[in-house]
Design a protein around this ligand. Structure first.
Ligand code: GLC
Length: 473
């Protein structure tokens, strides 16, 4: 089990192509020293879901360059002691993948690569609308837990497992350090029955089923790779936590639920909920002590955290790195305190399939264009997918009191201070208004941390002798 690994996530199109990314690695390494860089998908894709719809897993999408560029990137990263993690989008392919094309045509080898039914079930997709769509060519319905352009693979078929074994080996030979595994808890459906839960029918048929756990172990256990899971769906209703079930397959679990609990189900982006700080802090305290937990406050799937919480980004950095945080993940630009983008009021300007679906849903519910766009602009994950301002990066690098240097210092503390690294956690206070106080204790040494998300009081860390080590107004 890996412990104390810092992961840095890059959403490639916000940086450029692979050469651009390689050129930025020294800058990132100099300030943050991540152990791993996780690249969101760079594989060939028609880009219906920003690369999370792959049409060939062993080809680099031409927008990012060539295999030579990729090898160069691996080398540059190695020089800085950074391992590259690729994003294994495994639950589904693009509708344009050859496997799907052949499956639709009933090719004998490929016909069971996807989940085909004669009659659709009443399951709903995560992006809204039914989870089954009709294929004229095949004369059957196929499952898609996400968009209709992202058909779900059938992991109960050993041939599909074999395909991914080959894909994993292919990239391993190219020198990658591991994978982030997309939608890792919904790979294989146990039953194909009508669902019973209103809201998200079908739920129990696809969340962390025994067959999913089996597939993950088969693909990832003992492969000598660093593996980061992305379980979707927040806290789950299951009795056992995903990372306990998958401890053989994964080193760490990037928990989207971290973002969700702040305001109850933020992954449902068609409502703006007030932040329930007390609940959020309590959850974070409970989860952060688990070694497999990857603490992340931003990703390519959520708007920028300082905008969402309306707080000084340094307070967020304190939350992320002063709680026990074994495998924290920083999302590109987070270390600059990047705010939400000034997104367009015209839905046609949004590349992401999710924003468009939310917009359509809100309009169907009777919201005016303006009202619908006000929600989309604030909650859209496109906020986090905008180009990074590298000029700002260099500027902040030179200013001792910048957000970037704050991140740099707090990461150093997280790596080197034994109390922050290994100290026990004791929560003293968590209020609805956004005050969170806790101790970190190791042997006879004790730190007290006061965080105030309402910004009414300064946030600080003080030691046993009442010396203020960090202070943020
Ligand atoms: C994951 C990704 C998200 C994508 C979805 C479908 O949740 O993080 O960006 O849309 O899977 O692949």
């Amino acid at each position: 089990m890996a412990k104390h690994k810092l992961i840095y996530q890059i959403y490639p199109s916000a940086v450029g192509d692979l050469r651009d990314i390689s050129a930025k690695i020294p800058l990132i390494a100099d300030k943050l020293h991540p152990d791993y860089i996780w690249l969101s998908p760079i594989f060939q894709s028609p880009w219906v879901d920003g690369g999370y719809d792959v049409s060939d897993y062993c080809k680099i999408d031409p927008r990012f360059g060539t295999m030579r560029d990729f090898r160069h990137l691996i080398e540059v990263a190695k020089k800085h002691d950074i391992g590259i993690l690729l994003d294994l989008v495994i639950n589904h392919t693009s509708i344009e993948h050859q496997w799907f094309r052949k499956s639709e045509l009933h090719d004998p080898w490929y016909k069971d690569y996807y989940v085909w039914l004669d009659k659709p079930l009443n399951w709903k997709s995560f992006f809204g609308g039914p989870a089954f769509d009709y294929s004229q060519l095949r004369g059957k319905y196929y499952l898609h837990l996400y968009d209709r352009a992202q058909p779900d693979l059938n992991f109960n078929n050993p041939r599909v497992i074999k395909e991914f074994t080959d894909i994993i080996n292919f990239w391993k030979k190219e020198g990658i350090a591991g994978f982030r595994v997309d939608s890792a808890n919904v790979l294989a459906e146990n039953n194909l029955k009508r669902g019973r839960i209103p809201g998200l029918p079908g739920f129990f048929n696809y969340y962390q089923t025994p067959s999913t756990i089996f597939v993950l172990e088969k693909l990832l256990a003992n492969k000598g790779l660093f593996t980061l899971a992305e379980p979707v769906g927040g806290e789950f209703f299951s009795k056992r936590k995903f990372h306990e079930l998958t401890d053989k397959a994964f080193d760490a679990s990037f928990n989207v639920g971290t973002l969700d609990v702040a305001d109850s189900f933020f992954s449902i982006k068609d409502r703006i909920y007030p932040v329930n700080y007390k609940r959020w802090f309590k959850k974070l305290a409970k989860w952060s002590v688990e070694p497999a937990f990857s603490m992340a406050l931003e990703s390519h799937d959520a708007p920028r955290a300082p905008s969402r919480f309306d707080v000084n980004p340094r307070v967020l950095a304190m939350l992320q790195f002063l709680l026990p945080s074994y495998n924290p993940c920083i999302y590109q630009g987070q270390e600059l305190g990047t705010l939400n983008a000034d997104l367009s009021m015209n839905i046609n300007d949004y590349p992401g399939v999710q924003s468009r679906q939310i917009y359509r849903r809100l309009r169907r519910e009777g919201k005016t264009k303006r009202q619908a766009m006000a929600v989309v602009r604030r909650t859209s994950r496109d906020n986090a997918r905008q180009p990074i301002d590298w000029g700002e990066y260099i500027l902040q690098g030179r200013q001792p009191s910048s957000v970037l240097n704050f991140y740099s210092d707090i990461i150093m503390l997280w790596r080197q201070d034994p109390v922050i690294r290994d100290g026990a956690l004791k929560v003293a206070k968590a209020t609805k208004q956004g005050v969170f106080e806790f101790y970190r204790i190791l042997d006879k040494k004790r730190y007290f941390i006061h965080l105030d998300f309402s910004m009414k009081t300064p946030s600080y860390l003080k030691d046993d002798h009442d010396n203020i080590v960090i202070r943020v107004k």
